[in-house]
Design a binder for this molecule. Structure first.
Ligand code: DAH
Length: 356
């Protein structure tokens, strides 16, 4: 005799109202101690014709149960899915949230462009601290006590150190020259960009601004190399074909001879166009490194010569990007930044110069 509960359970599969109930039915019929499993096991106690007939009945019931489970399972899964879809419904017609994108500040972009150009020309990156020792900022550069840039008016001094050292906020990047020579022997080619500080504020001066310093020391280096390098740099940075420059004699304590360099420019209706016209714009200071500076750094000035260049990055960025007010760099006006800023794809795209 077969347990009548088997047929009852099979008949109720179609009414299982959840996948969990269905699973419970499956265990009750086909699990290890399930009714159908038990019935199959008890076949062992029968013999001959009786065993064959009983076996066929049980198998028929098992097949009936399996197809009922499969049918009900498919139905319940579809039902669960549509319930989930109804619950997780999203309104695709809602407007999307805008994702504000940051941009690279034009000064940072200019510095990256400049470093990329000098990097391609074989220069190493050098760095120096913002808080500088009087020695690196002034003395080693042959800037005497009486030089105006030493006066309190220009320099932000820090309270005196216990060991007698004078610390200050660096007034230019030229101290990096001395720091580089303290850590490596010539020949050297270094470039450095960064912040400098002076106690000055008006339409063309801010207490914090940025400079780039370039230094080359090799045997036999002369003004011709200096001129060639500056021309190459201008042409790459300003994307000009053949730029006219003017070297004006000047004085810097750390170079001899010293020069200021102007670039050809056209001024009209408040706009400046480089490489045209008959006006000149001052862009940098430079010169052959003073033998005293080389000697201060333990470099034999009979064996090695060198030149150095210093430029203000704000000036270069203003000229290249058409920015007219120096102070706007520091105002953090988001409208200005999104107009003059650079997205990461545009940034520092100064590759090798392509001449048509
Ligand atoms: N340090 C100078 C300044 O801040 C700029 C300068 C001039 C740097 C001539 C140089 C140089 O390396 O050779 O005004």
């Amino acid at each position: 005799m077969l347990d009548p509960n088997i047929q009852r359970l099979i008949d109720s599969i179609g009414q299982a109202d959840s996948l969990e109930t269905l699973e419970a039915h499956k265990v009750a019929l086909l699990g290890k101690t399930g009714l159908l499993t038990g019935a199959l096991k008890s076949l062992r106690e029968l013999e001959g014709e009786g065993r064959r007939v009983q076996g066929e009945r049980i198998n028929a019931l098992k097949n009936q149960a399996l197809s009922a489970f499969s049918e009900r399972g498919t139905f319940l899964e579809a039902k669960a899915l549509s319930a989930r879809l109804a619950k997780e419904w999203q309104d695709m017609t809602l407007p999307s949230f805008s994702q504000p994108q940051g941009k690279l500040h034009p000064l940072n972009n200019a510095m990256e462009e400049i470093l990329a150009i000098f990097g391609q020309m074989g220069f190493d990156l050098a760095e120096g601290p913002h808080i500088e020792d009087d020695y690196y900022n002034f003395s080693a550069l042959n800037i005497l006590e009486i030089h105006p840039s030493r006066q309190l008016m220009d320099t932000f001094y820090l309270p005196a150190e216990r060991d007698g050292r004078t610390l200050l906020l660096r007034t230019h990047t030229s101290g990096v020259q001395i720091r580089s020579l303290a850590s490596q022997n010539p020949p050297v080619r270094i470039v450095s960009t960064g912040r400098v500080f002076r106690s000055d504020y008006d339409q063309t001066h801010t207490p914090n601004f940025h400079q780039i310093e370039v230094m080359v020391i090799e045997p036999g280096i002369h003004m011709g190399h200096l001129k060639g390098l500056i021309k190459e740099f201008f042409e790459r940075f300003f994307e000009l074909q053949d730029v006219a420059m003017r070297f004006r004699p000047n004085h810097f304590p750390f170079t001899e001879p010293s020069a200021e360099v102007d670039i050809q420019a056209l001024r009209s209706e408040g706009k400046v166009t480089l490489g045209e016209g008959d006006d000149w714009l001052e862009v940098l200071g430079c010169g052959m490194i003073h033998p005293k500076v080389l000697e201060n750094c333990g470099v034999d000035s009979n064996k090695y010569q060198g030149f150095a260049i210093g430029m203000g990055i704000e000036r270069l960025a203003m000229l290249k990007y058409g920015i007219t007010d120096l102070r706007s760099f520091y105002e953090s006006d988001l409208r200005w930044l999104s107009h003059f800023g650079f997205s990461s794809l545009q940034a520092a795209s100064c590759g090798p110069r392509v001449t048509a």
